[in-house]
Design a protein around this ligand. Sequence first.
Ligand code: FMN
Length: 260
Amino acid sequence: MLLSSFSHSFLPPLNAASLERRTRWRRQRKRGRQPPPVPETPSDPRAASQEELMAKVEGSSENIVQDGAQPVKPRILLAATGSVASIKFESLCRSFSEWAEVRAVATKSSLYFLDKASLPRDVILYTDDDEWSSWKKIGDGVLHIELRKWADIMVIAPLSANTLAKIAGGLCDNLLTCIVRAWDYSKPLYVAPAMNTFMWHNPFTKRHLEVISELGIVLIPPITKRLACGDYGNGAMAEPSMIYNTVRLSYKPSTVNGSG
Ligand SMILES: Cc1cc2nc3c(=O)[nH]c(=O)nc-3n(C[C@H](O)[C@H](O)[C@H](O)COP(=O)(O)O)c2cc1C
């Protein structure tokens, strides 16, 4: 199995507590989901008012949440950080958006690698700027909280050494880390680290992975190959198809929809 092939022993076990968290998440999800009042085109300075945004997202969710036999599309929040592997983020977005409703979050550094224009049209990309442009006054929705409520599943791929360290330390100084800091750990959160092999084998990495494992964050381990910098070793992000399959295969739509 993919996850058990990882050389370190800090993978989160699917124990009774994890199962209970997942069950709680599914029960909450069956009761109804609140969409985020966030702009459709987040970087657009002409962003709509809170009321307009709310109406727009509520309208769009009607197409997704359906009664009875119709399957509910999972809402997946994909996040990219400042690893060269962010060049594969577009491919990840494309795979996931064939199955799920996808929103994306990018750190400032990731924007050096990912091509915003290449993302699927229906995937909204949020950056740190949107956190502030979407908030005008007391009472407005706060983007990181709204996205945290919106998402059923979060996947950070690639996860940089820096963001890994920040998550492990509880830091929250950008949109992505604020979402994680506010995350409801009864909902799945996957990370696919990508870093130079020296960083991967640094003792900090092991420590940080142990901490996030305790939170219930699921590791999709990196792979060994010739890295972008020319070094050979472990640390390259798992292939997008592997990330997609790991998340998809762990998802239990029949339980979520209450149809068995
Ligand atoms: C060309 C280049 C490639 C980089 N690749 C990686 C990488 O693969 N993994 C990583 O952890 N950091 C990498 N870094 C360093 C991160 O971009 C840096 O730590 C940054 O602060 C990460 O910010 P973020 O975690 O907020 O996205 C790279 C930096 C540069 C200049």
